[in-house]
Unconditional design. Sequence first.
Length: 324
Amino acid sequence: MTANPYRASLRQAQRVDRELERLFGKYLGSAEHPRGAVLTAYRVAIRAIQDIYRRATPRLEAEVRDVLNTLRMTLQGIARQAVGEAANLGASSAVVQVAAYQKAGVAVPVARQLADVEALTASWMAAVTGQVETVATMAAAGAEAGMVEAALVPSHIAREGSKWIASAAAIGFSGWIEGLPVAGIPIEDVKFQRQAIAAVDGRTTDCCLAVTGQIVGMDEPFKLTADPRPWGNELMRGPFHWNCRTSTVLYQEEFDDGVTDELRGLARHEKGRRAEVREKIADVQQQLAVEGAKPDARRLKADSRDVRRLRRELKRLRKELSDS
């Protein structure tokens, strides 16, 4: 018996979601992934600049610019590698999805267009260049070390990187499958639709919980109904926001044996879980207020035993709200 091509395609989309999270950690870094390449590059650069200021070298401006240029070249290499890996990830997902449908006897016209890795890398690097030039100008104007360090932060660059990594995966997929008019095939002759597949866990945004399972035509945008949605209410493909882990699956209704209902059920369950935890948080905060304590999780020396217990519970609930 031939495997259901939609379910096989869904597994590929879910693999892309998982791999995007891995790429974010590996290349960008975070509190959970402190050795991410971008974070590491910034730590090296900041230590070098601190040393320059400590030595009070007469060539301070030139040496700081050398460090910044090295940082920029390092980040460009990171960006090119990350974007290229993500583009290949999206294209490989498309290839496997097409093969699954073809094995089931369904003809799938494909365009086989590859993502422009250099253009995507350049888009990411525009943010890097802006930051580096700002810091270089500050150093030239005699800014103190603390001010220079405060301006040289990786969070903005990492956030920007998450957009272009996820975009590369999405374009890698869409270029292979969705560029059908380029392949000489009228879009109205395509018997497929597209479906958004989010990684559903404690970190999934309300935006992606709302959009997961949504089905649209090959030339129709996904409609976003919840926040965050920084780039609009209708988008042809992800990412839908920073650090987005939602990918796309090739969809034919005849093969949907209840999967879409399952996907939407998972999203509803996660929404309900969060609502319950928020209610518990509000209840604990109210109990803290009754005890005459500030409704937060910070422990104070003057806290009574009951207040300490409530603060521990509040901390636990807040962690539960952000965990899967």
